[in-house]
Design a binder for this molecule. Sequence first.
Ligand code: OFO
Length: 171
Amino acid sequence: MLSKKLEKALNKQIRIEAESSQIYLSMASWAEVKGLGGIAKFMYTQSDEERLHMLKLIKYVNERGGHAQISDLTQPKTEFGTFQKMFKELLDHEILVSASINDLVHISLEEKDYATHNFLQWYVAEQIEEEALARTILDKINLIGDDKGGLYLFDRDVQQITANSAADTPN
Ligand code: OFO
């Protein structure tokens, strides 16, 4: 059985994952409208993954005798300026999510809930991957700068990154 404190913290994380999904969905839509289908596809996939992260938490909370709460969400931005800025936002957001997962791990230890501590290790590993992916992409984008040809090639190649990260999608 989850403690009330941990249940509350896990519910907060459910909301964060749902909001992450919405943010990436908004980025996908923005990229699609800008005519960069590869980047849009990448962001749609990221959005789907965040939804899976949310669902995995919901099922865990309910399985452990808690009640997963579905809350209203903050509306994401709809404009992202440039692709550099958008990917920088993606990285910054993932860093925030990692901090939130770390807090959860801390609470699980405080509450001596080793099952939850064990469950959260999947998220700890996932955050390492997601931050690394965002950094790799950002490095490439910074190399491209304002070069239109480079952006064209990046848009084509980013689909490969989508395909690789999709292989890690949880069940
Ligand atoms: Fe849920 O991992 Fe990204 O935010």
